[in-house]
Unconditional design. Structure first.
Length: 300
């Protein structure tokens, strides 16, 4: 008989009730995440919730080291082994458990009262890894994220939109964000950002070739930073989902003028065009206008 490694629903609920009483808090204030045999966005979950209960097994034996390496060493943690609630609970800081290996099914309860429980939309550019990518202003990115309307379990294809990938991965922790990065240096920056933010729901591919399309799940929506290959990208994405929704980003008037024809050729309806302009004062209190992109939406 193979070794059992996952908690069932009854056991997770019993542990939740146990820790609710132990920590003198309501179960509704605890964020549960089961990573037994799974890859999930652990770091973002901890960074956006005060109380997180993690169900983990030996498939993540270096969990404490990984959390310490990501800068969470000062967080307080309560740790217990076993499938059913018991009194053998260890309290420590993550840094004190960095060398401890998880060998059996265990429950990890992390508490940080200073955590701000909110989703960070329109993250400032200084949070992202520096590289060859020229990031869009965070105010414009906030509008883009609002237009995308990302759902928790969404699958989205994003072509050359590095920061949109990261924010979408936060918004869809149970989904998959497909990052299409044709440029090798941009791909490296994308990989650095995925590692930096501890994201496990980002699939990075170099292109939209048949080989890459075969590896990816079916996206509901695509966000494309337009290039001269825009129509080719649209054609390939429609091969993956013939009911695809699109959001196109461009700063170029000639590209904008071509999109209506591209949409008509591929039966993409309900076209809308939005232009975003953001002006901010500089150190001399003079208003400076940022590049003003057009966002074009449509759906089959």
């Amino acid at each position: 008989m193979s070794e059992r490694t996952a908690y069932n629903n009854k056991e997770m609920l019993e542990w939740t009730a146990y820790f609710s009483d132990y920590m003198n808090t309501s179960p509704e204030k605890i964020k549960m995440i089961n990573i037994c045999g799974k890859e999930k966005n652990i770091i973002p979950t901890i960074q956006t919730h005060k109380r997180v209960m993690i169900f983990v097994d030996s498939t993540h034996e270096d969990l404490f080291y990984d959390l310490w390496e990501k800068g969470l060493g000062d967080y307080e943690v309560w740790f217990a082994e076993g499938l059913i609630p018991n009194d053998n609970i260890m309290k420590a800081r993550i840094m004190e458990l960095a060398n401890k290996k998880i060998k059996v099914p265990s429950v990890v309860f992390i508490f940080n009262e200073n955590t701000r429980e909110s989703y960070r939309i329109g993250m400032k550019n200084e949070f992202f890894s520096k590289g060859t990518v020229k990031y869009v202003g965070h105010e414009i990115r906030a509008v883009i994220m609002s237009m995308l309307g990302v759902e928790t379990q969404d699958t989205i294809a994003i072509v050359s939109g590095e920061t949109i990938v990261i924010e979408s991965a936060f918004a869809a922790p149970d989904g998959t964000i497909i990052a299409v990065e044709p440029d090798q240096q941009d791909m490296q920056t994308m990989e650095e950002n995925v590692t930096k933010f501890g994201l496990n729901n980002v699939l990075i591919v170099p292109d939209l070739s048949d080989e890459s399309l075969a590896k990816m799940p079916v996206p509901r929506l695509s966000f494309i930073v337009a290039t001269k290959y825009l129509e080719r990208d649209i054609e390939r994405l429609i091969k993956k989902n013939d009911k695809m929704q699109f959001v196109i980003y461009t700063l170029e008037l000639d590209v904008l003028s071509e999109i209506k024809g591209i949409f008509e050729r591929h039966n993409i309806k309900n076209m809308e065009v939005t232009q975003i302009t953001v002006s901010k004062t500089d150190k001399n209190s003079v208003f400076v206008t940022q590049p003003s992109p057009w966002l074009i939406t449509g759906e089959i």
